[in-house]
Write a protein that binds this ligand. Structure first.
Ligand SMILES: Cc1cc2nc3c(=O)[nH]c(=O)nc-3n(C[C@H](O)[C@H](O)[C@H](O)COP(=O)(O)OP(=O)(O)OC[C@H]3O[C@@H](n4cnc5c(N)ncnc54)[C@H](O)[C@@H]3O)c2cc1C
Length: 485
């Protein structure tokens, strides 16, 4: 079987049974897109090679941890558009509802090969592991498409910080900063579905009213509806493309200097789309480089350069540092540290220093309810919490400040950790992402170094409101947030 994909992206331990394959199912899970999707391309290549049928399947499930109506609405908006693009290319697209592993197994017989994309969180890995173990050897193929440098190629261990992974990523970058090769699916038909009668299935038809997908999801799944959808973001690749284009045209040149200012709208706003795999970081990086006329081979040097660049190149360098180095450090963290979602992932030095300061007086301790409803003494913190609740996203700099304050206002770091994860993942559209876990762990010292010791925090980095006022137009930020209905 020949594919133009880089081998490092593919995990397919046994391939001896290929001649028996009559059907290929691409189980779309993390990479919820038709474009720049290596797993989809692999499924197409295999189906073409073997003259096998190909079906693309997405399983809607209520068992994704912490997902609520806000997340589902955004995801379904994106999936409706993805399904349209996939059917446009002659591939049948089906929505199933239920347990992903059982649903996929219900579709597959002894002659069906399952191709899927890769996710780094424990529950994503468990699903894939269960499915692989339930299929005959060689009938499960996983293809990595949501990072630029495959996680295990970038590093074979958990990295200490951005400084230790940066060189490793940049050395490999040129090999992987290449568009995913696209071939058309030639047979243009799927297997004979609908399959078993007890399987909830909606086969997408071109031009289908998105309301039908919503009805299907609501009929078969029980959502946590306590968190309402937001107006600030609409899911889907077209919206992601619009945001990206505006960002490149208008804001990239300001990114290096102003991205930390919470009053200025300089960040790209792409994290919800990246989280649901509606756009790929590879696509974003290639388009950003092209926009600035920078060849791929020059990208590593540009990212390494810290100063002396003209504004647009400085913006590009800073943006690629976040999109590639910081984002892929988060994936490294979740992949190699299975405690990524609890306080045990915090480094020993940081836990020790926080513990040494457990007895320090805490001027304020807020309950979860007071925090959730933004009723603290600090107007900037309240505004940040309100921004997240109302828009589904919080500015990066305010996220750091928000997290540090929760540590200060909690009885102990373990409680602070739980509260932070709960609020971040409940309200953020980009929540429940490797970046969520790495960002929260960072507040407690992960991927950071010891600083001068002080009350409550010990030598974990501390932030205060004087710093915010000194650096930024915080009145402007308060006014911006007050304007959100
Ligand atoms: C306490 C805390 C919680 C966080 N929770 C999340 C979360 O739930 N989901 C999430 O995606 N990010 C989270 N982050 C990281 C960061 O705040 C967001 O990635 C960023 O604000 C997303 O906005 P953007 O897409 O407009 O960013 P841009 O500045 O436009 O950056 C483009 C992309 O680069 C990546 N990126 C940017 N900053 C970081 C960073 N610091 N670490 C890792 N990757 C980065 C993201 O994929 C982002 O979409 C958190 C950070 C902290 C400190």
């Amino acid at each position: 079987m020949k594919s133009n994909l880089q081998n490092e992206r593919i995990s397919w331990p046994h391939s001896a049974a290929m001649q028996n394959v009559q059907h290929v199912v691409y189980w779309m899970q993390q990479a919820q897109r038709a474009e720049m999707n290596h797993a989809l391309n692999m499924a197409v290549d295999i189906a073409n090679d073997l003259h096998a049928t190909l079906d693309v399947v997405f399983v809607l499930t209520g068992s994704v941890p912490e997902a609520n109506l806000r997340h589902y609405r955004f995801m379904l908006e994106g999936l409706a558009e993805t399904a349209e693009h996939i059917t446009d290319q002659g591939m049948p697209f089906h929505f199933l509802a239920g347990d992903p592993v059982k649903s996929i197994l219900a579709l597959t017989g002894n002659s069906t090969l399952v191709v899927t994309d890769r996710g780094y969180l424990n529950w994503q890995r468990n699903w894939r592991c269960q499915l692989e173990q339930s299929l005959p050897p060689g009938f499960f193929c996983e293809v990595e498409s949501d990072v630029i440098v495959p996680v295990q190629t970038a590093s074979e261990k958990e990295e200490y910080a951005a400084a230790t992974i940066r060189g490793k990523l940049l050395r490999q970058l040129e090999n992987f900063l290449k568009p995913a090769p696209v071939h058309n699916y030639t047979l243009k038909r799927g297997m004979n579905l609908p399959a078993p009668a007890d399987l909830a299935i909606l086969s997408y038809r071109k031009g289908m009213d998105p309301g039908q997908l919503n009805d299907f999801a609501h009929r078969h799944l029980v959502f946590d509806s306590s968190v309402v959808p937001v107006k600030a973001f609409t899911g889907g690749i077209s919206e992601a493309n619009k945001l990206l284009e505006t960002f490149l045209d208008k804001r990239l040149r300001l990114y290096s200097e102003q991205r930390n200012d919470p009053a200025a709208e300089i960040q790209s706003g792409l994290s919800p789309y990246l989280h649901f795999g509606q756009i790929s970081s590879l696509d974003i990086a290639l388009r950003a480089l092209e926009h600035c006329g920078v060849p791929v081979y020059a990208a590593p040097e540009l990212i390494r350069a810290k100063s002396g660049l003209p504004p647009e190149q400085a913006g590009l360098a800073a943006f690629l540092e976040e999109l590639i180095v910081r984002r892929e450090l988060s994936c490294n963290f979740c992949f190699y540290n299975e405690e990524y979602d609890n306080y045990q992932c915090v480094p020993m030095w940081a836990r020790k220093t926080l513990n040494d300061h457990l007895g320090d007086p805490r001027p304020y301790i807020y309950s979860l309810e007071e925090l959730e409803t933004a009723r603290t003494v600090d107007p900037y913190w309240n505004a940040a919490q309100t921004e997240m609740v109302k828009t589904g996203k919080m500015h990066n700099y305010m996220r750091m400040y928000w997290g540090k304050k929760i540590i200060e206002w909690s009885p102990d770091p373990e409680t602070a950790y739980e509260v932070m994860l709960y609020l971040n993942n409940k309200y953020s559209l980009d929540g429940r992402d490797p970046n969520s876990y790495a960002g929260i762990a960072w507040c407690f010292g992960k991927h950071d170094r010891p600083w001068q010791s002080r009350a409550i925090f010990g030598s974990v980095r501390y932030m205060n409101s004087h710093g915010l006022r000194r650096k930024f137009d915080m009145q402007g930020y308060l006014q911006k947030i007050a304007g959100f209905s």
